[in-house]
Design a protein around this ligand. Structure first.
Ligand SMILES: Nc1ncnc2c1ncn2[C@@H]1O[C@H](COP(=O)(O)OP(=O)(O)OP(=O)(O)O)[C@@H](O)[C@H]1O
Ligand SMILES: O=c1ccn([C@@H]2O[C@H](COP(=O)(O)O)[C@@H](O)[C@H]2O)c(=O)[nH]1
Length: 236
């Protein structure tokens, strides 16, 4: 029996690079697809948002002279590329799925509405929400909180490359210690940077719990759904 009925899974674009340092690592992509299949077979309704950090981020672009809005539009297109890659990997192993886009771009994906997404998820299809919120100056973390709230997910699972939230960035500070659970308020007051603050605030305001875990370890997504405490829960 799965711990949650409907989830919003946020996947890291950066993690999709695997060890190759750029683009999409085929092995990492198929590991993600197999993990998603396992959970879909448990009867869980799944919505997914995938980042674009392996391809382009508007903020880094603007530091190199790109117009910020155009840079963010490039970043949103990057999330569409990753979404199509994930859709293809899921399709290859028999997982029915649908790419929905926050910006009209048929026939690449259908234009997102909450009702289309819910209908598809209830019919057993995995929904991949691409192009973030459709607006510049946001990130896919915020896109995830937005879609998670809209589709009335039970939880937003942030599948990343660290195994939870720490007192400081564990990739930079080896003395950082992990929280098993933490309140939204404390994430905000400590300025913890595992997710952007807009996303945390939206989840707080709309009572959407967040669970941060390491998606790069195969089998972890199923463990989370089975109730194993392998990450960090953010709640009121
Ligand atoms: N206090 C903290 N606890 C845990 N992780 C932290 C913390 N502060 C910063 N981080 C960093 O947050 C990162 C989150 O990475 P992730 O790639 O999932 O984010 P992202 O920027 O949303 O990626 P993308 O944009 O590519 O989707 C981790 O790599 C981790 O090093
Ligand atoms: O709602 C959104 C979501 C994303 N963007 C742009 O895309 C990139 C990639 O997303 P990440 O969350 O950083 O992986 C982001 O940096 C923005 O430039 C956006 O503009 N609006």
């Amino acid at each position: 029996m799965a711990r949650f009925k409907r989830i919003l899974l946020k996947l890291s674009g950066e993690s999709l690079m695997g060890n190759q340092g750029y683009g999409i690592d085929a092995e990492r992509l198929s590991d993600y697809a197999r993990q998603i299949k396992e959970v879909s077979e448990m009867g869980v309704q799944i919505g997914i948002v995938i980042g674009g950090g392996n391809i382009f981020r508007g903020l880094s672009g603007s530091q190199k002279g790109f117009d910020r809005v155009k840079g963010d539009q490039m970043g949103m297109c990057a999330t569409v590329i990753n979404s199509l890659a994930l859709s293809s990997a899921l399709g290859a192993i028999g997982v029915k799925n649908k790419v929905l886009t926050a910006i009209r771009m048929e026939p690449i994906g259908e234009f997102y509405t909450k009702w289309k997404a819910i209908e598809a998820m209830e019919a057993g299809q995995v929904c991949i929400f691409s192009a973030g919120t459709g607006n510049p100056y946001f990130t896919t973390d915020t896109g995830s909180s937005l879609r998670g709230i809209e589709i009335e997910a039970d939880v937003m699972l942030k599948g990343t490359r660290v195994d939870g939230i720490y007192t400081a960035d564990p990739e930079k500070d080896p003395t950082a210690t992990k929280f098993d659970e933490i309140s939204y308020k404390e994430v905000l007051s400590r300025g913890l940077k595992v997710m952007d603050l807009t996303a945390i605030c939206m989840c707080q305001d709309n009572n959407l719990p967040i669970y941060v875990f390491n998606m790069d370890v195969v089998g972890n997504l199923k463990k989370v759904m089975e109730g194993e405490e392998i990450g960090t829960l953010v709640h009121p």
